[in-house]
Design a protein around this ligand. Structure first.
Ligand code: C2O
Ligand code: CU
Ligand code: CU
Length: 511
């Protein structure tokens, strides 16, 4: 088992190196010394305000991107060949989005983290066929913060996002009190962090290993905003990094290579009450964090991802070995160099926000959600590694059995009905051997506790995705307001996209 994977890994790396003419064979392409590339900053799409509605035109397209010198990779993007522009919305305004699908397959665009009518959500119920255009819109009621958009196509979200169908949305709010670095691309830096794996010919490898089926798609190369081996030249004393874990399945433990402290100032749904000082930050797929790091003149530091801890449950032998191998990898994410003369910019404020805490007593209902990985993984293993994918259940998405409350996603089955204008507690329990990031559509929630214990300060702000570790019970509290709809459902799911695509998703109506 181990030796087989080691061999595969060696083959993968070796063949990629040979596809890169500028590399010497002794070096792995993940080594930072190889080629350093200036961090790409996604273009801003501000939209055009017509009759008080801000209009955005988005076009899903396929294209070709160069991540390594001399190598072209077929990719997908929005208004470009890989990823999409950073859209900027203002809190309180009305936006109209026109999404034109120029791909040769159906897709959707989902506005992750937004409170909006379910028909505008862009989930699996709003597919856009190849060549078609979807017109939608909503009022931006969210707090200022870092959000994102991505494909939510049934069974193919994972592959489409992997190829590039994702982008950032920043919400600005004039009323926001805290003064923060906010010069986009200068001291306010978006970082879309994604791991990818490449084939010999430079194409993206997707789901061609047994462990991809079980643990979701992990890569051995990290791209930041589509940049491999990225560096950034800083001109200011402080940088605000808006980090999106835009990976399909990998969780990162972000830190700086000199272990310096930094402040987290925002979570998924906007600013925290106070900055939280830390020297490492764990982010699962779809989670966002804004951090502020202080620089000294002529500083050289690296944002890295430390491997996650080694203590994986032993009860599924082969799987914990896989988890150990995938999760404990360390990556360089971004090299930051600062000049001799750094400009002063906004300090980290002591108070950032004041957050109304949803009182537990306001909840009128508690629902339980059990995250499970069924026998698929085990029987796949018994039949020999690598066969799970081919032995799928006919829909091309088989192999494992991923469920919530014992059910796999069924488009024709409404899992939950929730009464409009109520507050609920959702108790999410994970009885599988690995962590699942649980995401709920329809807006932002708050964490009540993890295994009965109050979560750390950086999880006490607004969230839309929460890590639920193996064996853990996480309680969240959420309001269901404004949009009642008998027809159109919202989704909840694991944000490991390969789990979502294979059934770890359900739907609820607010009525
Ligand atoms: Cu980010 Cu249901 O998705
Ligand atoms: Cu979402
Ligand atoms: Cu999962």
């Amino acid at each position: 088992m181990l030796s087989r994977r080691k061999t595969l890994k060696a083959l993968g790396v070796g063949s990629l190196v040979s596809a890169l003419p500028l590399l010497t064979f002794a070096q792995s392409p993940t080594q930072d010394s190889v080629v350093a590339n200036s961090l790409k900053i996604p273009a801003v799409l501000d939209g055009d305000s017509i009759a008080n509605i801000r209009q955005f035109q988005l076009s899903l397209q396929s294209g070709s991107s160069s991540f390594f010198p001399g190598v072209q990779t077929e990719t997908m993007g929005i208004n470009g060949s890989y990823l999409g522009p950073t859209m900027r919305f203002r809190r309180g305004e009305q936006v109209a989005l026109q999404v034109h699908n120029q791909l040769s397959e159906s897709s959707t665009l989902h506005w992750h983290g937004f409170h909006l009518p379910p028909s505008a959500d862009g989930g699996p119920h709003q597919p856009i066929s190849a060549g078609q255009t979807w017109n939608t819109g909503f009022e931006v009621v969210q707090f200022a913060g870092t959000y994102w958009y991505h494909s939510h196509m049934l069974h193919t979200s994972g592959e489409q996002v992997y190829r590039g169908v994702a982008g950032l949305i920043l919400i600005d709010d004039d009323e926001q009190q805290a003064e923060l670095p906010s010069d986009y691309g200068v001291d306010d830096i978006p970082l879309v962090v994604q791991d990818r794996r490449f084939n010999d010919d430079g194409s993206l490898a997707y789901m061609n290993r047994y462990e991809d089926m079980v643990m979701g798609m992990h890569g051995d190369i990290v791209l930041v905003n589509g940049t491999h081996n990225a560096f950034f030249e800083a001109e200011t004393r402080r940088l605000r990094l808006r980090i999106l874990n835009g990976s399909n399945a990998r969780t990162y433990l972000f830190a700086f290579d000199d272990d310096r402290e930094f402040n987290q100032i925002a979570s998924d749904g906007g600013l925290l009450e106070q900055p939280v000082e830390m020297n490492s930050l764990e982010l699962a797929p779809a989670e966002r964090a804004e951090i502020i790091v202080e620089l000294a003149p002529a500083d050289q530091l690296k944002l890295v991802s430390l491997g996650l801890s080694n203590s994986f449950p032993e009860f599924v032998g082969a799987m914990s070995e896989m988890m150990r191998e995938l999760n404990t990898q360390r990556f360089d994410i971004l090299q930051i160099n600062s000049g001799q003369d750094l400009r002063e910019n906004a300090q980290v404020p002591e108070q950032l926000n004041s957050i109304y805490r949803l009182p537990e007593a306001a909840a009128t209902n508690t629902r339980e959600f059990l995250l499970s990985m069924g026998a698929g993984m085990r029987s796949g293993e018994d039949r020999g590694p690598g066969r799970g994918m081919r032995n799928g259940n006919g829909g091309g998405y088989g192999g494992g059995h991923y469920s919530i409350n014992g059910r796999m996603m069924n488009m024709n089955y409404i899992n939950e009905r929730i009464e409009l204008n109520t507050t609920e507690i959702w108790e999410i329990r994970n009885n599988s051997p690995m962590m699942h990031p649980f995401h709920v559509h329809n807006g932002q929630f708050q964490l009540l506790d993890r295994n009965g214990v109050q979560p750390p300060a950086n999880e006490m702000g607004w969230k839309d995705t929460v890590r639920v570790d193996s064996g853990e019970v996480v309680r969240i509290i959420m309001r269901f307001t404004d949009f009642s709809d008998e027809e159109n459902a919202y989704m909840y799911h694991c944000h490991i996209l390969e789990h979502e695509d294979r059934g770890m998703m359900g739907q609820f109506l607010v009525v």
